[in-house]
Design a protein. Structure first.
Length: 140
């Protein structure tokens, strides 16, 4: 048998190729190198899976990005509620809103990369025989 299958969630978080879960999706490690935030490999350096499947493929990431932002805001709201508390008699809700907005802006490059990663994971499944099988092709 081949090596153990890399963990799904960890592979997404480390932004690895969906097919082999070894090759990197992005050329630069840091998402904060703004000129190169979205510089991706044409295909996986390890298994040759193409990432940009068709023209305009990445447009759909907008929905993923939106869902991530909502999920993130819900999480910070719950954390705020537990740690600081929410009340109608003071401005604590407004402070959460401000803090959450700043966090969303600061984390935007990471969230956008993560949306691309999650999006490509919808279309390409893990293939344990990636060394011998042909990468998935898309006809358009
Ligand atoms: Zn790969």
């Amino acid at each position: 048998m081949s090596a153990k299958k890399p963990n799904y969630l960890l592979s997404i978080l480390s932004m690895n190729c969906p097919r082999c879960r070894k090759g990197k999706l992005f050329k630069n490690y840091s998402a904060y190198n703004f000129k190169h935030t979205f510089d991706m490999h044409e295909e996986c350096p390890v298994c040759k899976q193409k990432y940009n499947m068709e023209p305009g493929f990445w447009y759909g990431t907008g929905y993923v990005s939106y869902a991530l932002a909502v999920a993130f805001s819900v999480a910070t709201f719950i954390a705020w509620w537990v740690l600081i508390g929410i009340s109608v008699s003071d401005n604590r809700v407004l402070w959460w809103l401000l803090t959450n907005s700043i966090l969303l802006i600061v984390l935007q490059p990471v969230l956008m990369r993560l949306s691309r990663t999650i999006y490509v994971y919808f279309f390409v499944k893990y293939d344990e025989h990636y060394e011998t099988n042909e990468p998935r092709k898309f006809d358009y």
